[in-house]
Ligand binder design. Structure first.
Ligand code: NJP
Length: 263
């Protein structure tokens, strides 16, 4: 594992779920943190507990990543506060499980603005300096939904396919600049994500026993920091599924029909 002591790590969507778990593990390894989300109260709570427990520097800023002007302002402030971002974790995101004909325009735009445009704009804020310094790591939290599209997640899945496309291009663009780019593609994780995504609770009920723990996912992410890890795919059996899907999509969709309709 690479030393994270003194590294400056920016995490979007750090007020809960995987983002907050990543923050805790980074602080435990001596990194300085910049935590971003809309819920300032939760960020401040986390800030206090991490500073007290690990004696690291933690800055917090309120940020809705879908607000481009706000992203520009906040990253300017980050620049003034810590000067150099070593690692950016693009984690902020949400999903709504609905069939395409039921999805509202607001939901479609909302998911794309947060999961895709927000992630791209935050990335663009750190790219010039990372390229200039020839150092850095961008970690994008995508999803297995970015590899396997399933019913009731047409919009969410499309956003995560977009994140993967962006991430793969970016990795190649930065290959000669010593800047690492990693995508994280987990299956279902036991977080508040499902409060919005699965309003009827059907999916949670069906997949509860497969759910990953956010601490486990966070550990995998933090272990990969400042290493040239291409992708983190979890759990392993779901990753195998996505490989078979690429090879035999028609057969996979036919055989997987029942499993895919768990939402
Ligand atoms: O979800 P949750 P996760 N601007 O709801 C923030 C992906 N993923 O940790 O703004 C800025 O506990 C929100 O903060 P707040 C998923 O797509 C998940 O599971 O204060 N921040 C909170 O901190 C997402 O990309 C599963 O409300 C915004 C955080 O995002 C990432 O994992 C499976 C925001 C969400 O925390 C973290 O999700 C998978 C905005 N506009 C991928 N909107 C899963 N849980 O099963 C939200 O494959 N946030």
């Amino acid at each position: 594992m690479v030393q994270l002591t003194g590294k400056n790590i920016v995490i979007t969507g750090a007020s809960g779920g995987i983002g907050a778990e990543i923050a805790k593990l980074c602080a435990a390894r001596g990194a300085n943190l910049v935590l971003l989300a809309r819920s300032m109260d939760k960020l401040e709570q986390l800030q206090n507990s991490l500073q007290e427990r690990y004696q690291v520097k933690v800055d917090v800023f309120q940020l809705d990543v879908s607000d481009t002007n706000q992203v520009q302002k906040v990253f300017k402030q980050i620049d003034e506060t810590i000067n150099e971002v070593d690692i950016l974790v693009n984690n902020a995101g949400f999903g709504v499980f609905r069939e395409a004909h039921e999805a509202t325009i607001e939901e479609i735009k909302g998911m794309f603005n947060v999961n895709v445009v927000g992630l791209m704009v935050c990335t663009s804020m750190v790219l010039p300096k990372m390229r200039e310094r020839r150092f850095g790591h961008i970690i994008n939290i995508a999803s297995q939904a970015g590899k396997i599209a399933t019913p009731k997640s047409s919009v969410y899945s499309a956003t995560k396919h977009a994140v993967l496309g962006f991430t793969n291009s970016l990795r190649m663009e930065l290959a000669d600049f010593n800047v690492y780019v990693t995508s994280v593609n987990p299956g279902p994780i036991a977080t508040n994500f499902f409060t919005i995504a699965d309003e009827k609770g059907t999916y949670v009920k069906n997949v509860q026993r497969f759910m990953l723990k956010p601490e486990y996912v966070a550990q995998k992410v933090v272990n990969a920091m400042i290493t040239p890890t291409r992708e983190i795919n979890l759990p392993r059996w779901m990753n195998m599924g996505s490989i078979i899907y690429i090879l035999m999509p028609r057969l996979f969709e036919r055989l997987g029909k029942r499993a895919f309709n768990k939402k």
